[in-house]
Design a protein around this ligand. Structure first.
Ligand code: HEC
Ligand code: HEC
Length: 488
């Protein structure tokens, strides 16, 4: 079984050399997205020329629309670079909004208006439980706005399905700060103006824990149709939208005849949800205490500052090597993720129904949810690095939701290798380390600090340092308002 793995690793992506403090390659796009959105209009009337845009032969009109002026101080950093190759090649998941407009030849103002309409509709859809098979589950049931769009409860995995008793295998992530997640790439290279293009940062990007979709619209399809989530169908969704209070607005946005086709209605629902998920003031406001601190408008406490130091220290937490904490080269605020897919050996969550089967493993990018990389050993056990913004609002941590406090999550990093018995089962005196990843994939595990210790070594963080890192993580919650200095 071990045969050949080393060879695979060499020719592909492991071991991954993550850069120390890596400015996100999509900084320009991110900043751009704060102030403007590129709207691709799939116009009905092919070839029509629009104000502020151009149409290609396929009836696709490229129109730039200023979609938001409620941007923070960094908003303008990348504006004007949106047509650059780097922006285009990173093909950010969220900064390009695809709008199916029923009218061609729109002016900028009209495009702006259709983004506004779509956002309003997307918001209503997001909170509408009638889209689900059970009639009881909305997107917001698992992605609560009061919890950074992560679950309000502390279940490891959420309940769904027609009887509301079914479960999947993963914790529901936050939906904030997804706007600059790049499209999934097996070998991710920075654009040359953002970093060293020759560095292969390995598998990076894509939405969900395993990066299996690139667009919000494709992602929204998953929970709507999943038998253990919303368990719906395009026909049910169409019937629900037709009967909803926003049916008229939906027709106004997507055309008089939109309800004639279930498929068209379903696609329009997906588009509206994607557009809503990109509303800057809701999904990436940058209003945390840490943002205020970076802008010189707030001071961190001694504990928070020390936590930040430990978080950044390459020989200590080294957290920032994956959870970027510094502004990008062009001044865009940090996302607290480099969006890399990484194996860190999170323990098996024995509380999950799916794990009652001892042969079942959630191997992340190599399956079973994701299917295109099946059988590619080097992708087994890797999950996308989540942002840590608003992480203090979460109640379950890691892809399987195994931990329920930040203290536990940080402690895992601090002591996984020095005190593995605290995290993994002990059978007949022997610690079953990495019990959720078959041994043939252990070569995929990250070995850089803080994962470079062994039993007997000093933990990479002591008790006080764990506490301070947690204090620092608490500064990443949006909505900080000390003396209204940093209020949005
Ligand atoms: C039953 C709970 C549940 C419901 C309902 C639900 N989600 Fe999710 N959501 C999840 C889970 C779990 C994941 C992670 C899935 C995975 O990694 O395979 C997720 C992932 C996502 C992601 C990707 C986040 C990331 O970090 O890449 C987006 C976007 C998203 N959901 C949007 C939605 C939308 C829109 C709806 C409604 C149409 C919705 N969700 C309904 C549980 C839910
Ligand atoms: C080598 C890259 C890497 C390093 C270094 C790293 N992380 Fe992570 N972090 C990840 C990945 C990948 C995940 C998701 C893993 C999973 O669920 O399987 C994660 C998840 C987390 C989570 C859970 C977030 C959530 O939404 O569930 C927290 C909290 C966290 N990291 C904090 C830290 C801290 C604190 C440090 C430093 C002590 C650190 N990380 C170092 C890659 C890294």
């Amino acid at each position: 079984m071990r045969l050949g793995l080393a060879g695979i690793r060499k020719t592909t992506v492991r071991p991954r050399a993550r850069r120390r403090v890596r400015p996100a390659g999509i900084g320009a796009v991110l900043a751009m997205a704060l102030a403007a959105m590129t709207v691709t209009l799939a116009a009905c009337d092919a070839g029509s020329q629009t104000a502020g845009g151009k149409a290609d032969g396929n009836g696709n009109a490229q129109v730039s629309a200023r979609a938001d002026t409620n941007a923070n101080t960094n908003a303008n950093a990348g504006v004007g670079r949106q047509t650059s190759a780097s922006a285009a090649s990173t093909s950010t998941v969220a900064s390009t909004v695809k709008v199916t407009a029923h009218e061609a030849g729109q002016t900028r103002a009209q495009v702006y208006e259709s983004v506004r309409q779509m956002t309003a509709l997307g918001k209503q859809l997001f909170f509408d439980a009638s889209l689900s098979g059970s009639g009881k589950l909305a997107c917001a049931s698992c992605h609560s706005p009061d919890h950074g769009f992560s679950p309000a409860n502390s279940l490891s995995v959420q309940l769904g399905g027609n009887d509301m008793h079914r479960t999947g295998m993963r914790a529901a992530p936050t939906l904030k700060y997804l706007q600059s997640v790049p499209a999934f790439a097996e070998h991710y290279h920075e654009s040359d103006d953002e970093g060293d293009e020759s560095v292969d940062a390995g598998p990076t990007g894509g939405l969900t824990w395993d990066g299996r979709v690139d667009r919000g619209s494709d992602q929204a399809r998953i929970p709507l149709l999943s038998s253990f989530e919303m368990g719906s169908t395009p026909a049910k969704v169409t019937a629900a939208v037709k009967a909803a209070p926003y049916a008229e607005a939906f027709r106004a946005a997507f055309g008089e005849h939109i309800f004639d086709s279930d498929a068209a209605t379903f696609n329009a629902v997906l588009q509206a949800l994607e557009t809503f998920e990109q509303a800057p003031e809701i999904f990436y406001p940058y209003t945390s205490k840490y943002d205020a601190y970076l802008a010189g408008k707030a001071q961190l406490t001694k504990a928070e500052l020390h936590g930040l130091e430990v978080f950044n220290d390459e020989k200590k937490g080294n957290c920032a090597s994956c959870h970027i904490s510094q502004r990008t080269m062009d001044g865009a605020p940090p996302q607290f993720s480099d969006f890399g897919l990484i194996a860190i050996g999170v323990p098996r969550n024995r509380a999950l129904p799916v794990n009652r089967d001892p042969h079942f493993y959630d191997l992340g990018a190599c399956g079973p949810e994701r299917t295109d990389l099946k059988g590619r050993a080097e992708f087994c056990g890797i999950f996308r690095t989540p942002t840590l913004r608003n992480v203090a609002l979460k109640k379950s941590f890691f892809h399987n939701g195994i931990y329920h406090s930040l203290d536990q999550a940080v402690r895992f990093y601090a002591q996984r290798d020095t005190n593995p018995e605290k995290f993994y089962p002990v059978v007949k005196g022997k610690v079953q380390k990495f019990d959720d990843l078959p041994q043939r994939y252990w070569a995929n595990l990250n070995t850089e600090p803080p994962f470079d210790r062994k039993p007997g070594d000093k933990p990479v963080l002591d008790e006080a340092e764990i506490k301070d890192v947690v204090a620092f993580l608490n500064t990443l919650t949006d909505g900080y308002k000390a003396g209204n200095k940093a209020a949005n």
